[in-house]
Ligand binder design. Structure first.
Ligand code: ACM
Ligand code: ZN
Length: 746
């Protein structure tokens, strides 16, 4: 027993105290040894391989050593026989077990020896070694590298990031910078989203208007916005990425998200009418006409030039969010469906994708599409990128197709940190539990997606970091047991590294975590505030004024007994940076009861769950604030059983409208009461009066006021959904949403 105890102490001690390899992603096997390798003044970087070009690859190490150690004279040699004081990079054809990207890194007091089966493995070993040196913070004249045996093989072959340069153009230097950052964290795919409704970004020689017209939009204030990459720019970026073992996978969107292309060449659409490059964000009904042969001539010409520029085996063709409204009305599309015997527009989309799939296959390439390409049946050679949850990946894998996962729940880094925080990303599992071992071999890996509607170039860093570190760890190391506390400690060590690289990273989680806990018996709401970031303080006011450092400093939870308007500021120490919040609370006769819903609320917009409409917290002008509950396509019908008679004169429910986001006020909201939960009678209805064409975000409470007291054991709120986006709407035919918040009974 004593021995056992001693063993535990030694193990714990060695994990906590001697852990000196703190790199991200964590290597798959680390055996730490005693001692250090001291980088002397005349250390030789020795590249042992059959390709002298590999000598170039280790230049960053030369640079790093020279920066760290001004008195050193470092040299790279090729196939030197020197036995001591070497940093050896060796390609070894026998080490097949390491695969294409794995490596071994052995540090002894005499040498550093790196070996790999393939060049990419040597490259990743180099990244590990660089990071070990960059993380070294102790000031010493010498660079000391702890002795260690590392064997490191990535779990997933596809470790990607999507960069949307369609919504916002990002300059060439910026794209290269991201390739550097990806490579440093051992990510190997840049999924480059190059065409969008709001801009076409890739020069196509045969269709010059794509960049003369399609790359530019006229904003509401009359200003012109845009940009594109010339074919030379693209060759330069692809070559740069190639040197860093990053494959650039181009995405050319079809049939949807193609407004910029149609604005350039209107014959590509069903109507042929001239349209402008989009300036709004959303999903738009003008898509490529599937009945028009010239659409396919165009797309094949474009893809031919794309394949000439991008050596990637995979070409992403989008396939997401293509409203079928135009196709339903288009004689050419309808003829195509008749001639090809296609039942319904989803089948027409499958047929569309099949044409492109066959063309890519003919050219030795493979097609990737977003999970919508499953809807009318999956094209033969397609790989699916699952974004609306993991279901697309499950369906693809079960039918023998490969899949890449980037679900909105964990991988949408354009989302606020309050929706997807660092811990959540760290706990992401790219392999759906539903799959058998055999099926799960179809999961190639994952991506984090940076859509750029709300993230122009200067905001990308704060969205990507530190979350990218978690994605890198998951995709490379795929830790079986997730230890967030330990991971987070390693993340802290990365901040100085990121600072030196000029990365303006964001937060790890929401600056403010607000919990409102309702106690029905005491009839109170307890408000607990927690700061999400160290080095900040929470201040609040109760009189509606903007909080500052002179306001009440939050130290402990407090209770709401009636109603309260809370203005909160999270202020960073020694900085003017602040995050401001406003929340309204109201205790009332529904507070704490659980409504029953006729149609379930959406998993994507659950609010705070079952009691979101009765927790006493009002929604704000941010519809992702966690208080709004969303109902997609269906009515919102909520029934509360009080299990006793309640008396009231006023009942109301809040709704939000933001029609560009497909969220509409209910056309009608009926307030009903019942004694038995079976027979309901209406006590009044309210209708939408606001214009749906007003694109502003609006909040309105639908309210019934009675001059006499109403008595009821049950109350039901029945709000009618518009159903589908109307014909004039850019998303015509798409399911509309109802967003609801507090049901108040007084
Ligand atoms: C997507 O987010 N529409 C793929
Ligand atoms: Zn058509």
């Amino acid at each position: 027993m004593k021995k056992f105890f001693l063993l535990i102490v030694i193990v714990l001690f060695s994990i906590n105290v001697f852990s000196q390899i703190n790199i991200i992603p964590k290597p798959t096997s680390i055996i730490e040894k005693e001692g250090v390798f001291i980088v002397g003044n005349n250390v030789i970087i020795n590249v042992i391989a059959d390709d002298p070009a590999l000598v170039e690859m280790v230049n960053p190490l030369l640079l790093t050593l020279s920066e760290k150690k001004a008195d050193g004279v470092f040299k790279t040699k090729f196939n030197s026989t020197s036995k001591l004081n070497n940093i050896v990079f060796q390609l070894d054809k026998k080490l097949t077990d390491l695969g294409d990207e794995g490596y071994q890194l052995s540090v002894t007091p005499k040498n550093i020896h790196i070996s790999a089966y393939k060049k990419a493995g040597l490259f990743y070993a180099l990244q590990s070694l660089l990071q070990i040196i960059h993380l070294e913070t102790k000031t010493s004249k010498d660079i000391k590298i702890p002795c260690v045996e590392i064997t490191d093989i990535p779990k997933f072959q596809w470790r990607g990031m999507l960069l949307d340069c369609g919504r916002h153009f990002m300059d060439k230097a910026f794209v290269k910078r991201y390739i550097d950052l990806l490579a440093y964290y051992k990510m190997n795919r840049l999924h480059w989203h190059l065409t969008e409704d709001q801009g076409w970004r890739i020069e196509i020689k045969k269709y010059p208007k794509l960049t003369e017209v399609g790359a530019w939009r006229t904003e509401a204030d009359g200003s012109r916005y845009g940009g594109f990459y010339t074919q030379d720019d693209i060759r330069e970026i692809v070559a740069y990425a190639n040197e860093r073992f990053v494959t650039v996978v181009p995405e050319i969107e079809m049939p949807g998200h193609s407004v910029a292309a149609i604005a350039s060449y209107p014959y590509l659409s069903c109507t042929g009418n001239p349209i402008n490059v989009e300036t709004q964000w959303g999903v738009f009904k003008d898509i490529y006409c599937a009945g028009n042969d010239s659409t396919f001539t165009f797309l094949k010409d474009v893809l031919t030039e794309v394949m000439g520029l991008f050596p990637s085996k995979y070409i992403h063709i989008g396939g997401d969010e293509a409203p079928k409204f135009r196709w339903e009305q288009c004689p050419k599309c309808q003829t195509r469906m008749r001639v090809q015997n296609l039942k319904g527009e989803h089948k027409l989309q499958t047929w569309f994708i099949e044409q492109i799939d066959a063309f890519l296959e003919l050219n030795g390439r493979k097609l990737i599409g977003w999970d919508e390409i499953l809807e009318g049946g999956l094209s033969k050679g397609a790989t699916v990128q699952s974004w609306r949850g993991m279901e697309g990946a499950i369906e693809a894998a079960r039918s023998g197709h490969d899949a890449i996962v980037s679900p909105t729940s964990h991988a949408y880094f354009d989302y606020e940190i309050s929706n997807i925080n660092l811990e959540k990303v760290y706990h992401f599992d790219p392999v759906p539990k539903e799959l058998t071992k055999e099926e799960s071999t179809h999961i190639l890996g994952g991506e984090c997606n940076l859509w750029s509607e709300r993230a122009p170039q200067e905001k990308v860093d704060e969205r990507m970091f530190p979350r990218l570190l978690a994605m890198s760890e998951v995709l490379w190391n795929y830790p079986e047991k997730r230890d967030y506390v330990a991971f987070r400690k390693r993340v802290q060590l990365q901040y100085p590294v990121l600072n030196r690289r000029g990365v303006t990273y964001g937060f790890e989680r929401d600056p403010l975590i607000l919990n409102a806990i309702t106690d029905i018996k005491k009839r109170t709401i307890s408000i607990q505030l927690e700061k999400g970031q160290e080095g900040t303080n929470i201040y609040y006011t109760l009189n509606g004024s903007k909080p500052d450092r002179k306001s009440i400093l939050y130290t402990q939870p407090f209770e709401v007994r009636d109603s309260l308007k809370l203005n909160i500021a999270v202020l960073a120490d020694g900085s003017e940076n602040g995050f401001y919040y406003e929340r309204v609370f109201k205790m009332n006769k529904t507070t704490g009861y659980s409504p029953v819903f006729m149609f379930p609320y959406s998993n994507n917009y659950p609010g705070s769950g079952n009691t979101s409409l009765t927790n006493g917290v009002f929604g704000t002008y941010n519809f992702r604030d966690g208080n709004w509950q969303g109902f997609e396509g269906n009515d919102m019908i909520a029934t509360i059983n009080f299990e006793e008679i309640k008396e009231f004169t006023k009942v109301s429910t809040g709704f939000l409208q933001s029609t560009p986001s497909w969220i509409f006020f209910p056309t009608e909201c009926d307030f009903l009461i019942s004694e038995d939960g079976l027979n309901f009678v209406s006590i009044g209805k309210r209708n939408a009066t606001e214009s749906q064409k007003n694109t502003e975000l609006q909040i309105r409470r639908y309210e019934i006021n009675s001059t006499s007291t109403i008595k009821a054991k049950y109350i039901r709120i029945a709000a009618k959904n518009v159903g589908v986006c109307p014909d004039w709407h850019p998303g015509a035919g798409g399911k509309t949403w109802i967003f609801a918040d507090e049901i108040i009974l007084e």
